[in-house]
Design a protein around this ligand. Structure first.
Ligand code: ZN
Ligand code: ZN
Length: 342
């Protein structure tokens, strides 16, 4: 099969890889990939801001159709459409046994698309327990955003968001926009701050018609402080604290391995701020994300869809090989643009 692999030089390469087989383990499911979203984390890897294993097949926001099942798979059959939870867990360590699956002690080396083969490929083999069946009425372009929505839900949970809380979202990338959409869905007035003009205008379009309708601005003022501030960029903690109301909560959402900040602990103490890192989502959040997706027009975010061999265009769109953004959510389908005869 064809797959997009992280090369030794740090870029993506289209390579031939052996077709995975469900005979390798009894609980394995082989999926034919429908679509895999290109995530900010993928961009981070490809511009050198986040580590992934050279040689790994990248991509972790995948949906697919069950192609083959191992002998012990009981809940899925060939033809079922599923979404992948890429954050694997062992199920047996002390944290897993307590239900804290997202803090599994054996998580290292187990992140799909980072250090274990992922979804930028024609097929993917993964254990049954990391797959969730999709309702038939959910379109592919919406379902491919369930993984980002799961991530958003996890962070809104961590913020202890209550209906009506004023929310500021820093960054109008796909995660920022999904966060704004979800917070508005929960009845919160939302302000999105984004410096890039293209992203700002696209975010405003996508969020149009929501009630209350989120506002999208270039900069925020501390006069309109929010109860909850989400930093989807991952390097804006100082600004996030400035924009938080007294007793407010700041959630660090964006993955940024190099960012450092300077904060004055006394200000945090005196203003009663809560700074939260929510970690990855717990696998058990997926059923909730699937239910919520039925009521959210997430497909509005998908601006581009490419085949595996069109990956260079995809990378240009997400700002890996170009300096400007020209897309919101870009997805890569698990096929070649013009199938060749074997
Ligand atoms: Zn992601
Ligand atoms: Zn574990």
């Amino acid at each position: 099969m064809k797959a997009l692999v992280l090369g030794d030089a740090g870029g993506l390469e289209l390579r031939e890889r052996p077709m995975p087989s469900a005979r390798a383990a009894a609980d394995l499911v082989v999926l034919r990939i429908l679509q895999t979203g290109v995530c900010g984390t993928d961009r981070g890897v490809l511009v050198g801001k986040f580590h992934a294993e050279p040689g790994v097949i990248m991509g972790h926001e995948s949906i697919g159709v069950v192609h083959e099942v191992g002998s012990a798979v009981s809940g899925l059959r060939p033809g079922d459409r599923v979404v992948v939870n890429p954050t694997l867990y062992c199920g047996r360590c002390p944290n897993c046994v307590r239900g804290e699956l997202n803090f599994c002690q054996h998580k290292a080396g187990n992140e799909i698309g980072i250090d274990r083969d992922g979804g930028f490929a024609e097929y993917l083999a993964i254990e049954e327990r990391f797959l969730y069946r999709l309702p038939p009425e959910l379109p592919d372009d919406r379902a491919v955003l369930i993984e980002p929505l799961a991530c958003v839900l996890n962070n809104l949970d961590a913020a202890r968001l209550t209906p009506g809380s004023r929310v500021t979202v820093l960054g109008a990338g796909p995660i920022g926009i999904v966060a704004a959409m979800a917070a508005a869905h929960f009845g919160c007035p939302v302000t999105v701050l984004e410096r890039d003009e293209f992203r700002r205008s696209r975010a405003a379009e996508v969020l149009k018609g929501f009630s209350p309708e989120p506002e999208v601005l270039a900069t925020g003022t501390p006069t309109a402080r929010s109860e909850v501030v989400l930093d989807t960029v991952g390097s804006l903690l100082e600004q996030a604290c400035d924009l938080a109301a007294d007793l407010g909560t700041v959630v660090i959402m964006g993955f940024h391995a190099e960012a450092t900040v300077q904060l004055r602990p006394l200000h945090i103490l005196q203003r009663g701020l809560r700074i939260v890192g929510a970690g990855d989502y717990n696998s058990l959040i997926f059923p909730r994300a699937i239910e919520l997706a039925a009521r959210m027009p997430l497909e509005r975010l998908v601006t581009h869809r490419f085949a595996l061999d069109e990956y260079e265009q995809a990378l240009r769109c997400v700002g890996v090989t170009a300096t400007d953004y020209s897309a919101l959510k870009v997805t890569i389908e698990g096929r070649l643009s013009s199938p060749v005869d074997a």
